[in-house]
Ligand binder design. Structure first.
Ligand SMILES: [Zn+2]
Length: 245
């Protein structure tokens, strides 16, 4: 249970928390790594050393940060512009004076670290001068390797200006098998994270409907199985006050 007193100290409420999350792939998944060996594909799918398919933590984290930024901006919180380090907090190069002024608010002060201001998203995911309070595992496919056949899809590069196929640009993508509801599971770890981290991250995950390449061709569509956090009205009340300075 979170109370308002704790909300006044946003930064050290959760010493350590771990959420187990699962993504269930509805179509075929194409998260590739160039240059891997052992496959005919130009872009083979990413696997760990045991051969299990995986969704890399870095890809999930980047995408989730982006979704959380959109939610926070929607709630009228001023949010810096990742991933360029200079346009992120605490520098925020390129912002007008009026925009920059909006970042100078009580909730953006980090006690004990520095005197500069860091937006809600930087307080969770970090920036060049602030450590991240959240780490991600790779999401590993739980299906037996032997049950997953190698699937290759061919594609060609289109010249959009001439509306024709480029010559000698046939390529092969490796994907997971289609429509098999493959499950990818891993953990998210929160360490000394601000109290609003859990709800914002889980809300952000719900906005990710697809991962990997060729999404417009129908690949990588998914849904999530997420932990049921208790509804914390005080946290949502806090998040709803982005425009109140
Ligand atoms: Zn920021």
């Amino acid at each position: 249970m979170i109370n308002l007193e704790q909300l006044s100290n946003l930064h050290q409420t959760y010493p350590l928390q771990t959420y187990s999350i699962t993504s269930v792939i509805s179509s075929a998944l194409c998260i590739g790594a160039g240059g891997s060996s052992g496959s005919l594909a130009d872009k083979p799918i990413v696997r760990n050393s045991e051969g299990n398919l995986l969704i890399p933590a870095s890809q999930l984290k980047g995408r989730l940060r982006h979704e959380c930024e959109k939610i926070a901006r929607g709630l009228k919180w001023p949010i810096c512009y990742a991933p360029n380090p200079q346009s992120m907090c605490p520098q925020r190069v390129g912002l007008t004076e009026t925009c920059e002024h909006k970042f100078k608010r009580e909730e953006y002060k980090i006690s004990g670290i520095d005197k500069r201001y860091h937006c809600l998203i930087c307080q969770i995911f970090g920036n060049p001068s602030l450590p991240s309070h959240v780490t991600f595992d790779d999401l590993i496919c739980t299906e037996e390797i032997d049950n997953i056949p190698e699937v290759l899809r061919s594609g060609v590069t289109i010249n959009r200006r001439r509306c024709t196929v480029e010559e000698r640009k046939l390529y092969l993508l490796e994907t997971s098998p289609a429509n098999t509801q493959l499950r990818f599971t891993g953990n998210i770890h929160l360490f000394n994270a601000p109290v609003f981290t859990g709800v914002l991250i889980l809300a952000g995950l719900r906005h990710i409907n697809a991962l990997g390449g060729s999404k417009s061709a129908g690949l990588g569509w998914l849904h999530w199985e997420l932990p049921n956090l208790p509804l914390e009205p005080t946290i949502w009340d806090f998040l709803a006050k982005g425009s109140v300075q």
